[in-house]
Design a protein around this ligand. Sequence first.
Ligand code: ADP
Ligand code: MG
Length: 706
Amino acid sequence: MTFGVAVRDQPVQYLKGVGPKKAELLTKLGVVTVSDLLFLFPHRYEDRSAVKKIAEIEAGQVESVRATVRETSASYRSRGGRRVFEVSFGDETGVLKGIWFRAPAKAYQARFEAGSRWLVTGKVDFDKYKGSKRVTHPECAPLGDEEGDDEGDTLGPKILPVYPLTEGLPQRAVRSALLAAQEYVHDLVDFLPDSLNQTYRLPPLAEALRQLHWPEPDADVARLNAFDTRAHKKLVFNEFFITQAALALKRRQERAAPGDPFDVGDALMAKIRSVFPFPLTGAQSRALDEIAGDFASGHPMNRLLQGDVGSGKTAVALGAALIAVRNKKQAALMVPTEILAAQHHRNLTRLLAKTPVNVVLLTAGSDGKKETQAAIADGSAHIVVGTHALIQDGVAFHDLGLAIVDEQHRFGVRQRAALMARGHRVHALIMTATPIPRTLAMTAYGDLDVTVIDELPPGRTPIETTVYPPSRRGDALARLREEVAKGRQAYVIYPLVEESEKLELKAATTMFEELQKEGLAGLRLGLTHGRMKPAEKDAVMAAFRDGTVDVLVSTTVVEVGVDVANATAIMIEHAERFGLSQLHQLRGRVGRSSHRSCCLLMADTGPGAPGWERLKVMARHQDGFAVAEADLALRGAGDFFGVKQSGVAQFRLGDILRDQVILAEARKVAFAVVERDPTLSAPEWATLKKGIEANWATRFALGEIG
Ligand code: ADP
Ligand code: MG
């Protein structure tokens, strides 16, 4: 133990029974100190009193048993024409059959290894013919090496917390480490003052932690598992409160920073609008006006531009870039893929051909990097389009005034900050098609102003979306050929590059050859995927754009941003493997002109299967917001935003969808606190301030709190 340091801040190794090996493994779960350990929460709870022996369970009831997989030779046979996968689970009192219809056999065989232990839950029925108990589509949670917990000892607590684990770290090791840490719960300081806990009827921090790690025997297991206890609410409130306070501070700092107001006079704006070959839509116009307002305000802009796929965000970005350039500043446009960078560069160059504005391209693979970097440094490059290469060493801007990030969900907050740091008081415009419901956007990106483009360019018709079972593959291919016969083009999208035995996916490369020989024989096919060299990718994309390739077979490298108006059909293989928002993005590759377009979703299953029903959501909804809401409801917020989702904090317990009410309240209070005490100098906020400085300052690129 290091002298003078509180136990809570000591490494976990300080605890009884936690040696260097265990400590090392705990690091993988983000646990370094005793306090980290106390903030490692159970992700579910097991009610021991509810788990029965196989001999005790009854037909017609939903029951849980702990059992071992007896038979690996799980049969794979036909029953009434349906494929069936079976696992024999056993305990010392009997055998229970688990049955799955249409299960991916290989994956299931690997999952249910002989000897592996499971908590099996489901509605029991009785197979008259075989005289055995069985469960159809049971819920199975791996027990790993939890044997020690449930064999022999009937004395332990009735409700057992189940913690997230990492390889080599058994459940009981985490539980015993927590027990050793129990006495230090009271050393933790609640950054929420008592008065606020009382206002919201929340238990103090120590009490909440106790209830989560060591629930009382009479605690409500269902509520614990639903994260719906006062203890959960307390910790969720704290999590939201500290991030919202950090966002409030950031917003304040940004508002306070003085900037150079730009000229956005009518003459300039009219000139900028004349650059486009089309009149801006009302929504684009409004967006540009809001941006102009920011530029004129004298404060650095921080705006999120949100608009569905195909709504024309690029034009707004270009307008903003031109305002900056006319005000003698450079503008940078950072995008996630080389294909998209090349496309933006080409379009901007073409639109600005008659102007003196110089647009350059900078990606890892682009030619003449030295000269491009020199042009960026001496200011002769006015608009710089590029990938991550823009924030690499060696890139110095002459005078960067505007940083635009396209498809920002592919970037992190730090990358955004890194780009802004390339200049002085840089304005930021962040673009996304990820249609986050507005209330969530306000909280997820609390430091940004939000502009929504809620209108598509004129003449667009809905994209006819159809889900096809494997048996109707021929019809889908015929539909593609039909489009090509009309002079249109098509995409065929695959989830992976190479054949992966395990997932039984058809990979783009193999299927490309097969389609060429069979399904799409006679058509001109092109292939792109992530493992190709940039020059090769460029060549194929150019051929597709120029119309010398009819069908582009591709992995998801074309997922974002790619804009080829003549493409009117997109066929997505193994559609169930994609999230709904990703499917929406992919679907957005077509329907970019007034030609009618179609999206063909190739399912691996048929009607009735859960995956099929999820794909049907796509057929029902055109609008990205509707798709997103359905997706959000299906997957939960954490998954929806994705791990890399920038700007959105990763919460341990909080779920911005499930806990919307708490979020709104925590936000209100946090913003009010920062309003009253912008430097958090009152003693009651000392712990909060320290917490923000330690955990959020770098993540939010927050300056000195003061
Ligand atoms: P996204 O918002 O998905 O980035 P894009 O900026 O790629 O959308 O625009 C989609 C297509 O719509 C492009 O081909 C673009 O030229 C076209 N477009 C954008 N704005 C308009 C408009 N106001 N009128 C007609 N076509 C437009
Ligand atoms: Mg775009």
